[in-house]
Write a new protein. Sequence first.
Length: 326
Amino acid sequence: MPKPRHVHAARRRRWRPHRSKWTTPVGAWQIRAEDGAVVKIVLIGKNGQLGQDIARAAAERGHSLLGLAHADVEITDPASIDRAFEEVDADVVINTAAYHRVDEMEDQPSRAFEVNATGVARLAIACRARAWPLAHVSTDYVFSGVLGRPHGESDPTDPLNVYGISKRAGESLLALTTARHWVFRASGLYGVAGASGKGGNFVQTMLRLAREGRPVRVVDDQVLTPTYTVDLAHTILDVVGGAPYGIYHATNAGQCSWYDFARAIFELSELAPDLARQSTSETGVRARRPTFSVLENARLAQIGLDPMRHWREALADYLCAAKSVR
């Protein structure tokens, strides 16, 4: 992973750390950024693959971080949010919590909206009351893919499934509740910590199937950009460090089908399973998927951030990192 591109100056606030909650890099309680200011982050969803990489990236930059798991805060419950935020001061709140079982939620739309929309609004209300900006992670599934080209931040949304609709609703409620917000749309996330809510991320699933000697069938009619959570974590921290509020598309560069991604995983891992293409219709999944959900990182380019690297380079780094933690 290349070193962070830059660290923005942090807003200066009086801070009395709550020692039982906050964690900092080893060696000191207050680790200061290059300009001498302590950057304080509240992270919701600390145990997820993106959450864990945000925590590591924050530590590398010398930021202080309070990580909250589902056991610490229920974002659908305002009282739970208030308890979690009690005696806490922050420069920014980052929310990675979501309900993302795409097919399951076709039968549970109320739960999808409770977490992905109402929960986000309740977080936004709590942050607004404390004058804290809120960063929220969203998805490429807010688009149908019918454009057949990379989607920019200003393109109209047209989600195809309950998951995408609930995530778009969360974006809208966030914008209606507080102007001090960022939305990060990403796609095909994978990280060393895995996707605990799904029983492992796509890369882990492919490697497991190959090592078990099972045939692997992967769709070739959905095109996206797989994104390494380490890269997304650093981009999120770059933006919340001082960039304008609003929607940002944040994926690795390039594009591929899920089949192409699986083939690259096996090539880089020197595995040769029985891999074949299939269509989405052959999978029998309940929820409709976008056919082309590649995102254009236009606003990142506009604010002068270095482009996120190609997905294949990121995948190679992920596979090396995953080996080291086995």
